[in-house]
Design a protein around this ligand. Structure first.
Ligand code: BES
Ligand code: ZN
Length: 802
């Protein structure tokens, strides 16, 4: 009957592989290869070692570790590092446990009387398996910590796996027993699959990186910007089938949503805006739906009747040519991109457009044959002859991270799991500008834990993109205005990359909690920059942000003081109103203050655990503060030193806001003073030796009293009007407007027509208005407006009174 023993080694890998392929278990995603390798090792080694099971099990386990390590380190496109490692553990624990059980059994005297065997085996295998399992779990955690830096959040953050492991070991013990009792081996294998599978699922569900067991159990806070009622019926998956028409500027599509409805649910509600709904089917049958009245910026509710048993809702619809998420670029290089954050996803897909609702998706998109389509998902790198592309996003995301781009773009790899997409003319430049991106990902991982999304690519958009960057998962959308030629503006990529943790893993529950996305991301961004380029560089960024924050607070305090609280009140307002330095920089400085109080090491440990335990879920300000106080600020003194409440619920800047001293910025400020006092000539400035932060600081701090001659002298000495650094150019053009330095106006005009990045263009138009050059502003705007995205025209129309 000893042949039965080997069935264990066959059945376990089969069960695990089946689970990998079939199971909806997110932690296994991408782990197919390592698991296969490990399984082969586990089958082969004991066979080679013949009946010396005890010794064989030790060797197999060592081999598991040995194989897992390079697989983890390789961590490239084919399989996800973290999933690989996790998958390895999940597999390794029970295997090792089973082996300990087997080894123990082989040491026992072989007796034939059944009752003796039954009781001894049950006891010893179960106990030993449990012990073996716990031991391997502990070793595994230590191993994981040691290879990825202490990035797993420390031992404590994995403790929640132990109940699952204990159950699993009992199952493993039972299986060993059953294997020994039953015949033929085939039946044993089948049984094993069943027994092994159930605790595996259980284990995966207790894991922090997987979904909660029932999506309906998530209690969500009210989101004033969505009509959805996710506690009644919530979406879990989207299948999107779409045709993109450049000629009519529309997308014809089918959105098939998998829905979970609570007991007693009567309808599921979606958000839509400017969509023409052709039909709705529920589980294949046409139904009558209700479209509520449309309200400004939030659109209208689409209500579809369902019952608790409803599985799928299929919506057939067409988008409007004015859909606010889109920018259509026509001409020689047609381009379409979407911008869904904050609440524009509903203008191109009917969805539960609330950051607290997450879903996975797949898509099939048909585009003009010469163009490539990309999404916030697993992406193609090559043109498809028929113009049809398919996509998958297997990790649950909120709707604001839905993204689509269609253009004549090509792909170039940067590192093993990083790359860039761009039009041919900018591809090389972009790839060279971004050559450090793989290093940024590594630095980010060693700070706050494994990158959870597989690949990290960047897509260069047309200059009309209204933002610097957008953190669409797996594919950051990016403005070409950061291609300075010297990597100086790569911090923007660090920022969007950082969102892969803060925002995309742990998501602000509503737009009132926006600082949880952006403040954390700015903090993380600067830490990445510090790790890769040194603190000299990053502290200059901090110093600029400190000044930007002081200016913003100053300008907001008089007429809208409540908007300077970190916790916002955007009910009945466009969430876009919250996009200012408060969420970003005040958020950053609160976190920096916490770091100052508890020390960097403690804060880093806290953040790692925070991301690991809250991954793929949403967070609101109140829950964060509760978590912070429970986990980190455990003493009254530390809570008082941080004083989170005055940061979050009070206006302005708290007295404990950290000051930053950057020697290099101090030197610039001295140069500004000397230049303004006429003690330093333009040509004597150390311009060449300055980085963009120093040049930016100099230009933006020139006093209003600076003479036109002095401005002209600067340009003559340093040719600033023709600089290729858009941050410097922006500060310069603003200065040129304020001093009516007209030789720069041709560049100003070209800049405003070419670039649609709101952070640059709004202050430039504002400067024209404030210096009585309204006609100039209106004349340029008239020509530039057709090229801008709705996000920019929305702000500018209001500013220019149109
Ligand atoms: N997610 C934001 C952009 C955003 C915020 C779009 C709110 C719509 C609504 C993105 O990560 C961002 O912050 N971009 C900045 C980058 C900068 C802070 C480095 C930008 O576009 O300027
Ligand atoms: Zn951001």
């Amino acid at each position: 009957m000893y042949t039965n023993r080997w069935s264990f080694f066959v059945a376990w890998p089969v069960a695990t592989l089946l689970l990998c392929v079939l199971g909806p278990i997110r932690v296994y995603d991408g782990a197919g290869l390592p698991i296969t390798l490990q399984s082969i090792a586990v089958v082969l080694v004991p066979l080679l070692w013949g009946s010396r099971v005890g010794l064989a099990s030790v060797v197999s386990y060592l081999l598991l570790g040995g194989l897992g390590l390079p697989v983890f380190a390789l961590g490239t496109s084919g399989f996800d590092r973290f999933a690989g490692a996790t998958g390895g553990f999940l597999l390794a624990f029970p295997l090792a446990a089973g082996m300990v059980g087997l080894a123990a059994e082989s040491l026992l005297p072989v007796r034939t009387d059944t009752s003796y065997r039954m009781s001894r085996l049950l006891l010893t295998t179960t106990l030993l398996a449990a012990a073996g399992q716990t031991l391997t779990a502990a070793l595994g955690i230590l191993w994981f910590d040691s290879i990825s830096g202490p990035s797993s959040g420390g031992f404590g953050s994995w403790m929640h796996l132990l109940p699952g492991l204990a159950l699993k070991s009992i199952a493993a013990g039972l299986v060993v027993l059953i294997c020994d009792r039953l015949y033929p081996p085939k039946a044993v294998a089948g049984l094993f699959v069943l027994v092994a599978a159930s605790p595996t699922v259980l284990l995966a569900q207790t894991s922090s990186l997987s979904n909660p067991s029932s999506i309906m159990e998530i209690k969500r806070v009210t989101d004033h910007h969505s009509f959805a009622r996710p506690n009644e019926a919530v979406v879990t998956h989207l299948s999107w089938n779409a045709q993109v028409h450049f000629d009519t500027r529309t997308i014809e599509a089918n959105a098939t949503w998998t829905v979970e409805a609570a007991e007693g649910a009567e309808s599921v509600r979606f958000d839509v805006r400017d969509l023409t709904i052709a039909s709705v089917r529920v589980d294949g049958k046409p139904v009558t739906f209700i479209l509520g009245p449309a309200a400004p910026f939030i659109g209208q509710p689409l209500e579809v009747p369902v019952t608790a048993g409803t599985h799928q809702v299929e919506i057939e619809y067409v988008t409007s040519p004015q859909a606010a998420a889109f920018l259509w670029v026509e001409g020689t290089s047609p381009f379409l991109f979407t911008q869904s954050q904050a609440i524009l996803a509903r203008t191109w897909i009917p969805c539960q457009d609330s950051p607290g609702v997450r879903f996975t998706y797949d898509a099939r998109v048909s585009v003009p044959q010469s163009l490539l389509a990309l999404m916030s998902a697993e992406n193609p790198t090559k043109r498809a002859e028929n113009g049809v592309y398919t996509f998958r996003m297997d990790s649950p995301i909120p709707s604001y991270l839905l993204a689509l781009a269609v253009g004549d773009v090509e792909f170039k790899a940067i590192g093993p799991r990083t790359g860039v997409y761009a039009e041919r003319g900018v591809l090389e430049k972009a790839a060279s500008e971004f050559r450090d991106v793989e290093r940024l990902v590594e630095a980010a991982e060693s700070l706050y834990g494994p990158y959870a999304w597989g690949r990290y690519d960047v897509l260069m958009l047309p200059a009309a993109f209204p933002f610097g960057g957008m953190e669409n998962p797996r594919l950051t959308f990016c403005t070409p205005t950061i291609l300075a030629g010297d990597r100086s503006l790569v911090s923007l990529v660090a920022h969007e990359l950082a969102h892969s943790w803060s925002g995309n893993l742990v998501t602000n529950a509503t737009w009132d909690d926006f600082w949880l996305n952006e403040g954390f991301t700015v903090y993380f961004e600067y830490r990445i920059m510090e790790a890769v380029y040194g603190s000299d560089f990053s502290e200059m960024l901090v110093a600029l942000s400190r000044q930007g924050l002081a200016d913003e607070v100053h300008s907001m305090l008089s007429d809208r003081p409540a908007d300077t609280h970190l916790k916002l009140h955007l009910k009945d307002r466009d969430p876009d109103d919250g996009m200012n330095a408060i969420a970003y920089d005040k958020g950053y400085f609160l976190l920096r203050r916490i770091e100052e109080v508890v020390g960097r090491e403690a804060f880093d440990g806290f953040l790692r655990t925070y991301f690991a335990t809250n991954a793929f879920s949403s967070m609101d300000t109140e829950r964060f503060i509760g978590y912070l106080n429970a986990q980190l600020l455990t003493t009254e003194a530390s809570r008082a030193a941080v004083d989170a409440a005055s940061w979050i619920y009070a206006p302005g800047l708290p007295a404990n806001c950290p000051e930053v001293v950057s020697e290099r910025i101090v030197a610039v400020d001295q140069a500004v003073a000397a230049f303004a006092a006429g003690k330093l000539s333009a040509s004597a400035l150390p311009w060449e030796g300055w980085g963009f932060q120093e040049r930016y600081r100099f230009l933006s701090n020139l006093p209003a009293s600076t003479s036109l001659e002095a401005v002209q002298a600067l340009d003559q000495a340093w040719h600033i009007t023709s600089t290729g650094n858009y941050e410097v150019l922006f500060a310069w053009l603003k200065c040129a407007i304020e001093h009516r330095y007209t030789p720069a106006y041709t560049r100003l005009d070209a800049f405003l027509v070419e670039v649609g990045r709101r952070k640059f263009i709004v202050p430039l138009y504002e400067a024209m208005l404030q210096s009585n050059q309204t006609e100039l502003a209106l004349a340029i705007y008239e020509r530039a407006r057709p090229g801008y995205h709705s996000v920019a025209t929305g702000t500018l129309d209001a500013l220019l009174g149109l």
